[in-house]
Design a protein around this ligand. Structure first.
Ligand SMILES: Cc1cc2nc3c(=O)[nH]c(=O)nc-3n(C[C@H](O)[C@H](O)[C@H](O)COP(=O)(O)OP(=O)(O)OC[C@H]3O[C@@H](n4cnc5c(N)ncnc54)[C@H](O)[C@@H]3O)c2cc1C
Length: 354
């Protein structure tokens, strides 16, 4: 996803870009939230046309409501994001986001090309044995990144920590009526629902991959959405995180997004950080003529931001995992400003993109 966004940004600068994608074709997926920090990065380095194409397939999220067993404990009005940055959070399906990015990137995507090796001089090896050379190689190949593995010292593990399992679906909104996204913190897990275009909703529920969701005993709105989703359109979701390392590239090679810093989806920022990465990397490559120096400058600039966001995502997992009565008390007693800060601080665009 972020590789496609970056390729559009670099093509715009006149670079000759090749996208290598392991999948045979563009994959379906479910939905994510994108926030002003990601969308302004896309506009800054990708241009107005990609921003327009992406926001066209997004549904604005006007507010975020939190519920516990005590009922609604918070309602965060996201209008202040619109006032400051021109838009608030957005719900979007991955398929539509990828279509919008691919449609504006202006690059050929080579599907069915699995990268198996990379060296710091810029040589890429594919599963079939073909090799390619480039001035710059960007590993945007997700949490299990082959590019990252190739750069690691021998024997270093591909550690994935904090596995978080969920089930998800996209379905007609039915009777769900909300000013934005709703989150339910219950003794059985966290549930959420957010709006998508075309009167659809994306829902998720915490849950083991061995036990598909039944909806029984859940908040009524979640039960109704789960019940309305055909069983073969309910998908497991699996996320991990890994503490980011400083200086995640070497020579002419660097990493982007989850390949460098997978984080938990608890604050909806993994894809947003990946798009911010793309915006910053494109800007450094435009400004610094030595490719390796541009990559190191990007890595150095991104580390503090992604490390802080990674920690926030872990912090939210700790909040979600508290004993129910304690968490209910914490959420119910949190002042409105503190709650707004907790949920929206990472969504504020970095100064470079405002
Ligand atoms: C359940 C869940 C909910 C989430 N919700 C949100 C959210 O609301 N907001 C948010 O910002 N983030 C969210 N995220 C995180 C987000 O999905 C990721 O952070 C984001 O997709 C990372 O983008 P990426 O470009 O780094 O990697 P990916 O999107 O994973 O793309 C990697 C690409 O590389 C390809 N690839 C992999 N290996 C190879 C190889 N060897 N050779 C060639 N190609 C290869 C893959 O096929 C894929 O197309 C969520 C994640 C999960 C699991």
């Amino acid at each position: 996803m972020s590789g496609l966004a970056l390729s559009g940004m670099l093509t715009r600068q006149g670079a000759d870009v090749t996208v290598l994608e392991r999948a045979q074709r563009r994959r379906d997926g479910l939905a994510i939230t994108l926030w002003p920090n990601a969308l302004l990065a896309l506009r800054h380095s990708g241009g107005e046309d990609v921003y327009e194409a992406v926001t066209k397939v997004c549904e604005p999220i006007g507010a975020a409501r939190m519920f516990t067993s005590r009922g609604q404990v918070a309602g965060i009005d996201l209008g202040f994001l619109v006032d400051r940055f021109g838009l608030s959070g957005q719900g979007v399906t991955r398929a539509e986001l990828l279509d919008a990015l691919a449609g504006t990137a202006g690059v050929d995507i080579r599907y069915g090309c699995e990268v198996t090796g990379v060296d710091p001089r810029g040589t890429v090896t594919l599963a079939g044995g073909e090799t390619l050379r480039a001035d710059v190689v960007i590993g945007a190949d997700g949490v299990g990144s082959a590019v990252r593995r190739a750069l690691l010292p021998p024997g270093t593990g591909d550690g994935r920590e904090n596995p978080l399992h969920s089930w998800q679906g996209v379905v007609d909104r039915g009777d769900w009526d909300s000013p934005g996204a709703d989150f339910f913190f219950t003794g059985r897990g966290t549930y959420g629902v957010m709006p998508l275009t075309g009167n659809r909703a994306y829902w998720f529920v915490d849950g083991s991959p061995d036990a598909p969701p039944t909806g029984a005993g859940w908040p009524a709105v979640i039960s109704a959405l789960v019940d309305a989703t055909p069983a073969d359109r309910i998908f497991p979701g699996e996320a991990w995180d890994r503490r980011p390392a400083r200086g995640w590239g070497q020579g002419r090679v660097t990493l982007l997004g989850d390949a460098a810093h997978p984080m938990l989806p608890t604050i909806g920022q993994g894809a947003c950080m990946a798009l911010e990465d793309a915006g910053v990397l494109a800007a450094r490559l435009a400004a610094i003529s030595d490719p390796a120096a541009a990559l190191r400058s990007y890595e150095q600039d991104r580390y503090p931001r992604v490390h802080k966001t990674f920690k926030r995502a872990r912090g939210m997992l700790r909040l979600r995992s508290m004993p129910t009565p304690v968490r209910d008390r914490v959420l119910a007693s949190m002042p409105g400003r503190a709650m707004t800060h907790l949920f929206t601080a990472p969504t504020i665009p970095i100064p470079e993109f405002r």
